[in-house]
Design a protein around this ligand. Sequence first.
Ligand code: ATP
Length: 244
Amino acid sequence: ALADVPLRIEGLTKRYAKSADRYAVRDLSFEVGKGQVLGLLGPNGAGKTTTLRMLMGLISPDAGEIRVFGQAIRPGAPVLSRVGAFVEGAGFLPHLSGRANLELYWAATGRPAEDSHLDEALEIAGLGDALARAVRTYSQGMRQRLAIAQAMLGLPDLLILDEPTNGLDPPQIREMRDVMIRYAEAGRTVIVSSHLLSEVEQSCTHLVVMHRGQLIQAGPVDEITGSGDTLLITTAEDIPEPVI
Ligand code: ATP
């Protein structure tokens, strides 16, 4: 049943200005199943962030449909309570501990404290003893994982991570990978964007590859990486212009 499908996108289209000669996202369709970790891949400007912002109900598409667990997404849609999102630049209060920051954040949502599942989110994020320390002492990787833990509060069924490996070094990228795998283990679903296949490949079960707003490949990760073509995608120049 559609109510069991974490995400189904159909014909999604967005231009930022009617006069813009380029579509940020054009006729994009794909589906994400329960328990999957879907990598949304593409070079800078491919339309990943635009797609994710539409999924979060932050901006509206010009055309097409987004269904999360069968319900249409629009700003303020009730089903958005089942969606958690990480976007770059989450602000924390530097003199408070990681734990206190997340408690404050959750309190601001107005939902009951016990619904936050704070300890489980923190365990999945793998922050350990650092939680009691002030955020100003955290490394970039730890801040990033605290922001991910914040997105995990309430243990949303669908977790959306926009470029969570940005700015991280290889050990931190490996930690982030483990966080995503742990999160999906309980049958929850993760969508993660990246412009580097190598950064997400090992945590993803499925991939959607975008270029200039369009889908150019989609499927289980072993089928796509096995094809050889997409391994080349690190810059926009690597991919031919889609035929429109
Ligand atoms: P990046 O990895 O750089 O974030 P992306 O794949 O997430 O890239 P988008 O940010 O979705 O790509 O951008 C898709 C296209 O839409 C680009 O051509 C971009 O310049 C344009 N764009 C994005 N945001 C806006 C905006 N607020 N106003 C106008 N154009 C925009």
